[in-house]
Design a protein around this ligand. Sequence first.
Ligand SMILES: [Zn+2]
Length: 215
Amino acid sequence: MTVHHHLDDASIMRYASGDFDEAFAIVVASHLAMCEECRAAVRTAEAMGGAVLEAVEAMPLAKDAFDRLSRMLDVEPEVPPMRHELDAGNVPLPLSRLIGGDLAQVPWRTIVPGMQRHRIDIASTTSSLYMLKIAPGRKMPEHGHGGTEMTLILEGSYSDIFGQFAAGDIADLDEHVEHQPVVDSDIDCICLVATEHPTRFKGMISRILQPLIGI
Ligand SMILES: [Zn+2]
């Protein structure tokens, strides 16, 4: 699997320090299961975090603390590789546990023709996690974000102003981004999405539909 769109550095650091809530942690972990490059980045971030903690504990007031920390960070981290597997249905394991392992078994609900959704119940009150299944040629409603949104492509592909996103790619977007993805594969595009706050749709029809769509 060739991944073209990755997590940004801030997300790597946040994940490594355990600072994401459940919805985002599941999307990130699912991308990591599909992406060697981001796994390596997380290992490096974890090693840096560990070195910082050790340095702070060992020499909180030492004048040369910064130099010593810099030298420690030059050392190649010896961290065991993270577990990464896809299950038989090509679903990343962190997601597989939540949906019973198979994309074909997901109990989709049609929102509008050509767009289906499956909400995944999690404990978080500040973000939501759901899957979308969008038919070939369909556009997502144009929207900006009330907060961070992360979308991991599991099957099929879509394109927007940032390029084409196919299986394994992650769209790691902040609140200032507005985009309108269009499914450009000849099969349905299935994605896993975490959103921090309800998405704000811009058009009147989209705004009327939003409570029905629930995203
Ligand atoms: Zn990646």
